[in-house]
Design a protein around this ligand. Sequence first.
Ligand SMILES: O=P(O)(O)OC[C@H]1O[C@](O)(COP(=O)(O)O)[C@@H](O)[C@@H]1O
Ligand SMILES: [Mg+2]
Ligand SMILES: [Mg+2]
Length: 345
Amino acid sequence: MKILPYQPDQSGMAYSVGTTLDRFIKSKQSDFPFASGELSQLLRDIALAAKIVNRETNRAGLANIGGAFGQTNVQGEEQQKLDVIANIRFMRALSKGGEVCAIVSEEEDSVIDLQNGSGKYVVAIDPLDGSSNIDVNISIGTIFSIYRRKTPVGSPIQEEDIMQPGKEQVAAGYVLYGSSTMLVYTTGFGVNGFTYENSLGEFFLSHPAIQAPKDGKIYSINEGSELEWAPGVKNYVDYCKRSQYSARYIGSLVADFHRNLLKGGIYAYPSTQKNPNGKLRLLYEANALAFIAEQAGAKATNGTQRILDIQPETLHQRTPLWIGSEKMVNEAMGFLSKKREAVNL
Ligand SMILES: O=P(O)(O)OC[C@H]1O[C@](O)(COP(=O)(O)O)[C@@H](O)[C@@H]1O
Ligand SMILES: [Mg+2]
Ligand SMILES: [Mg+2]
């Protein structure tokens, strides 16, 4: 009986489809000496829910999935049907997965205790980001942060398990439902992006080891609130215009962040007179993107403090957010701290 060692095909007859998310997660498990596979399974659970939500977003215009749900969430925002559907899908996948003990969601007033005696992880999630863009077929997303609980597994959930600063995240990521659907995440060992191959139902590694350009020429800010900006913000945006940077604002945080992460740029949702703490939420929007930004060599601040150092106080607390290419964020901070005055280039 002849036995031959396997020789990878050299004919090129069948191109390689690439590395699936599953295989990638498995291959990276060695990054964690004490890994038990639970975080890997949790990431798979999130990917599964993302596939289902992807299908729903693709059909948002059909099947009565679009439009308002007819209720408001704890933020006082009108919930869209897809906000609610995405929330159900992720909650179900996380509770069935068995790795999670508690969930913080934009669509839930309180912490959801999954009463899972063996769950080690806490997940904070924005099930559907960019809700105002759902019905107009513009890119939307999902944002998630993962923490290890602080108190013993199986014991009652405590405040300290939930109110952890962003620097305690063990993993974070987002899903972008756009012209293609992507999952981008970090476990603290760099940032990797995966593109969803619909026909195979798999995420494939398409953007390995993402590094954000240190500088850029794109600024993303809702200029509609210009009249409420502090002088430093106004001066910085004027500086961007005089520097002939391109203004790009989709109105979906995930989509604006993703573009700037790959091309170089800065996204800002500053504090305004109306919203002194800005609009975006610390626990399930800013923290996750700040972890990814820093892992990709970019930067995230609330204008005075590193986002990941902020100690959370309330579940749905908001924070101003300046995030993007390092040089651009430093420049903006120069204007905010008045070290740089208005410029006449
Ligand atoms: O319309 P505005 O005030 O510019 O706000 C847009 C921002 O609000 C958000 O839609 C808030 O997120 P949600 O859609 O998850 O509530 C961000 O995605 C986006 O960047
Ligand atoms: Mg959001
Ligand atoms: Mg949302």
